[in-house]
Design a protein around this ligand. Sequence first.
Ligand code: AKB
Length: 317
Amino acid sequence: MNKKILVIGACGQIGTELTLRLRQIYGVENVIASDIVKPDNDVVNQGYFEIIDALNFDQVEYFVEKYSIDEVYLLSALLSASAEKAYAFAWDLNMNSLFHVLNLAKEKKIKKIFWPSSIAVFGNNTPREKTPQYTVMEPSTVYGISKQTGERWCEYYHKTFGVDVRSVRYPGIISWSAPPGGGTTDYAVDIFHSAIKEQKYHCFLSPETKLPMMYIDDAIDAAIDIMDAPGDLIKIRSSYNLSAMSFSPHEIANEIKKHIPEFEITYKENDFRQTIADSWPDSIDDNNARTDWNWKNKFDLQDMTSIMLEKLEETIQ
Ligand code: AKB
């Protein structure tokens, strides 16, 4: 019998693609999507969908029991920029949704959890280039503090209660089908929409701000691969560094210009997200993930730019 999977936060940027891919692999009837909202899309219309408030333990437990869930992918979170504007709610959502699923796993009601962490766990005193797996971590954002704390709790629940929780530190995720929501790296998605609609983009980060990024298909592969890997290969139970590409607004604009020569980028000054971006790494060393469970990215800046422009041209026009 196939395992039963619950995706919490299934209508967000990662959840949308992840749910559709999980349904392809494990069968539509075995993947239950859930979110606090119910948009009119394939995640909702093509398979089981439930409204679940990730902060409501009883509700999460009810649906875990109703569908005899084996694995939970917990994706609900307030991202870096949004979290700065609603820090108490961000802390509540990012921490307590995690505690709910960790506690269900501790009670043996679920067998395995995927929970994403982020490059936001790093801070101003972290080495910026090829940031190592183990290094100084002094996050300066509410989001980063919640992700770092979540990592500590994941490791603690694994060590103390044997909970099988697996995690990766995502960089900025670039996708065309569902929009990102409230992150600092969102510019790298917005830029493609503006390039197609208006051939210009007003960027909220400065030209040389280099950040680690990843195309959505690689992000989905990472989640599914780490969940499928034999448990003894998962040596890190806080969260694995993960890397695919790194670029600045200037570099991505140049790549877009190869396809749309008239494209122009201008830069905003004094946006609060610049301070967040300045505290994050330029690039990430993900050797542990590559060695332990054979992680490999497939997409670089050139591939990703071509796909994004092609797909958005089909959907926007
Ligand atoms: C954000 O910008 O907040 C996220 C992240 C890097 O985790 N995309």
